[in-house]
Design a protein around this ligand. Structure first.
Ligand code: SAH
Ligand code: DHB
Ligand code: MG
Length: 222
């Protein structure tokens, strides 16, 4: 099986289970038109994030890595009217596109894009002693995954769910000799999780329109 099969299956699932969704389609078109990289989650992956947020009964969601706000729309749609999503983005153009997309999706009341280095924004959230988040989605620069995960632990509570995207990268994660900073970051993340008694976690490989990749789910236990 190859990429064209994975594309066809993703197209089939997305057609059956996501369907026509103007806000999401407009968000993807606006991101393309602004020249953003095509690295947002696929529709059926976005819906998985949405379902996980619903399952969590999430009222507060934190996202690291906004891009054009595509995954943020999926996540924010799971929130109650008085819920909050904070999404962190370093690139002013990405943040601007995301704000437009979230507004067009009717989510600007619940979703806020914070511009800056995620490491700084996360430190500020910890410093401010904000209420814990029920779900954290980590999807920014992969070398920083260990730091983002440590911060996520400081910003969550027992029962919270931490999700990390792109942990497989075509299988590169299994290469212990890799010097690719993204791979090293993801391997250090797994060492951190393995040694962390406060979480129980698993990682799953995926194929689809985004290629061969995967994600990690970690539930905060204590
Ligand atoms: N979650 C998005 C995709 C995010 S792509 C979606 O699925 O729709 C990764 C994003 O992280 C990019 O927009 C990139 O600009 C941003 N990013 C990269 N390094 C960052 C950093 N140090 N701090 C904050 N954002 C960063
Ligand atoms: C890249 C980043 C992502 O978050 C993703 O889902 C796919 C690719 C990247 O930086 O190449
Ligand atoms: Mg990603």
């Amino acid at each position: 099986m190859t990429q064209s099969t994975w594309d066809a299956v993703d197209a089939y699932f997305s057609e059956q289970l996501v369907g026509h969704d103007p806000a999401l389609e407009e968000a993807a078109v606006a991101a393309d038109a602004a020249g953003l990289p095509e690295i947002a989650v696929a529709p059926n992956q976005g819906k998985l994030l949405h379902l996980l947020a619903l399952t969590q009964g999430a009222r507060r969601i934190l996202e690291v890595g906004t891009l054009g706000g595509y995954s943020a729309i999926w996540l924010a749609r799971a929130l109650p009217a008085d819920g909050t999503l904070i999404t962190l983005e370093i690139d002013p153009k990405h943040a601007e596109v995301a704000r437009g997309n979230l507004a067009r999706a009717g989510l600007d009341k619940v979703a806020e894009v914070r511009l800056g280095r995620a490491a700084d924004s996360l430190a500020a959230l910890v410093e401010q002693g904000v209420e814990p988040f029920d779900l954290v989605f980590i999807d920014a620069d992969k070398p920083s995954n260990p730091e983002y995960f440590r911060r996520a632990l400081q910003l969550t509570r027992p029962g919270s769910l931490i999700i990390v995207d792109n942990v497989v990268r075509g299988g590169a994660v299994a290469d212990a000799d890799s010097t690719d900073p993204a791979v090293v970051g993801t391997r250090v993340l797994h060492e951190l999780i393995a040694a962390e008694p406060r979480v129980t976690a698993t990682s799953v490989q995926t194929v689809g329109s985004k290629g061969y990749d995967g994600f990690t789910l970690a539930r905060v236990q204590s």
